[in-house]
Design a protein around this ligand. Sequence first.
Ligand SMILES: Cc1ncc(COP(=O)(O)O)c(C=O)c1O
Length: 402
Amino acid sequence: MNTKELYESYVIDSYGGRTHLALARGVGTRVWDEAGRSYLDFVQGIATNIIGHCHPLWVQRVSEQAAKLTHVSNLFDNALQGELARKLVEKAGPGKIFFCNSGAEANEGLIKLARLHGASLAGKEGVRYKVVGAQNAFHGRTFGSMSATPQEKIQKGFRPMLEGFAFGEFNNLASFEKLVDDSTAAVLVEVIQGESGITPATVEFLQGLRKLCTERGALLMTDEIQCGYGRTGKFYAFENYGIVPDALSMAKGIAGGFPMGAFWAAKPYCDLFHPGSHGTTFGGTPLACAAALAVLEVMEKEDLLTNVQKVSEVLHAGLRDLCAKYPELVVGVRGKGFHVALVAKDNLALVTALRASGLLAAPGGNGAVRLLPPLNASVGEITEALDIMGRTLSSMQGACRK
Ligand SMILES: Cc1ncc(COP(=O)(O)O)c(C=O)c1O
């Protein structure tokens, strides 16, 4: 059986938008399929391989750790988990970190934190537990994170959802003001809505939410799973807004492609958890932490935040030029840094055509063709991607006009 046949026979068919392109190896921004054809990879595991494929230092650190100690459980300490937590806390602010394995699980932790906070305010459970989220949000596929994701295509077939969620309109502060009340424990929003097409929060909106939450005693919790960890050119996406949330979730890029999630909770909320109140077998294993520490080491050594700030300007300018040149096909650019969407009239057709031309991009909501290069992408690689997009749009336009 070939890979496609194996998938069709043995892998549950639950992913929308999967193409049977079998990838076999990768180096940096490039991947090769089983037939040996190479692609410039601007999907990178959906914003996950933030230092590209198989960075030599990452490979070295992960290999060394795999030969030393892989997993011990959280019944024991491991120095790498402590060190990683320290580094992430230093970047976010006074507080503590909980490590888990995925984005959805990190958001589950935030929802549990909200419940603990509400119960501590009300003096008992079950009174103050509402979480106010945003329309078009995406927070994951577990029951808590799915309940926080008010989208028909995500929830259909799985109802009833967890109770206690309400949704305002993203970037409409007044709609949140109506929902955040005495029964609200927390507000949960993506700083930049990713899956629904890369829509950044406005500064007024996020600053307004910060003030609203402080006034009404609710936690402000941000989901930085897709937009955080350097992708905007700041380490955490909230740093672009002059606010600090009370808690945030991260995953995807944290271990450069190795499964890991985490949430940070500010002091004093981090102390709402007590021994026995939360846990997971694989959270913060020595191997995952070695991978994550290698990512931070590379980010620092190669000054990747500066790279994103500088090189993303070339990407954004090039995309704007493409919109000016091919207005019948592409109509706008959204996002910040290397968290970017080229907005297309038919985004699925464009993603398919780009793949045929050797560039991998990820579709998103609202017409998005998401371009998610690793944070160490060079000007040369961005220019190469823009050239591919230009050639592809030109031939699509030619085909339309025939
Ligand atoms: C903003 C956001 N939150 C949560 C998730 C869920 O993460 P995971 O797929 O690791 O569970 C995603 C995944 O795309 C995401 O983009």
